[in-house]
Ligand binder design. Sequence first.
Ligand SMILES: Cc1cc2nc3c(=O)[nH]c(=O)nc-3n(C[C@H](O)[C@H](O)[C@H](O)COP(=O)(O)O)c2cc1C
Length: 316
Amino acid sequence: MDNITFLGKQLKNPLVLASGILGNNAKILERVHKAGCGLVTLKSIGPAPRDGHRNPTVIDLGGGMINAVGLPTPGYDHMDAEWQALADRDFPVNASIYGGSVAEFVKVAQFVSDQGPDFIEINISCPNSDHHGMLFGVDEKAAFAVTNAVKKVISVPLIAKLTPAAPDIGKIAKVCEDAGADAICAINTAGPGMVIDIEARTPVLAFKKGGLSGPMIKPVAVRCVYDIYRAVSIPIIGLGGVTTGEDAVEMFMAGATLVGMGSAVRYRGIHVFDLVYRELTDWLAAHHFTRDDIIGAAHNPIAGPDSTAKKSRKTP
Ligand SMILES: Cc1cc2nc3c(=O)[nH]c(=O)nc-3n(C[C@H](O)[C@H](O)[C@H](O)COP(=O)(O)O)c2cc1C
């Protein structure tokens, strides 16, 4: 399972660091790579400096987390030191970007593409901001427009990150594929949800509502990846609640080509990538499967190495 190819780039394994988790600077990204992660994703970069929301912004609910960090960013053109530090890296990087309009997405995408990331991921799915949120990811026309416009100005593969809030996530994924996306990433946080402090009679998060992540959303994420796999032929990065090797197997069986983790870093530490990689390879060996055998396997009800569903798909 070592050294796989994804959209023409070499990755040491199929595990991905989700955006917004330890993705703020080059040094930490390097540590995550060394801790066993195949592809690291930067925290979403926006068009202008932005503080994000007041604390509290993240609460651990036990079976997962709720957050409304609010897309804090130094702004795409205030990151010289980070771009320089990333320029000489020896590991692949996925740069996540956001904007409040198609024009803003295009401006950020063009600049970021010139900094040499291996992939650009458009975050059209964040539930935690009034103006930079999931609006593009729940509307087919808007999803097409932003994907199409960004695709025209970048020179690296384009990944569209989708929200489970879409009424039909398969349709949104198909529209992104038609508009030129090279891969789909699913899912961003679910919800939004709310937690109320009953003694203070007030929502706990300063922003009141927040996105859900971690184990509690895994069934939603698996369903979304399953729906997307049926709708598109481009590869899928499946994430949402994955914490163990068996969770990763489930995500591959739903149709993921790569599997991402975010909240799992909170639950198992930075070495979760190494741990999950080992659990995954052990599971595959014990079942005499390769990763290719299990990708999309849940779309064929008959289990077994010779009977896995293999649709005609573009080579990742
Ligand atoms: C604290 C926090 C910050 C996040 N920030 C971003 C972000 O900047 N951009 C983005 O696309 N997703 C962001 N996400 C969503 C994650 O990338 C991921 O899609 C989501 O948490 C589901 O995966 P998980 O259950 O493995 O955490 C954030 C999630 C958390 C918990």
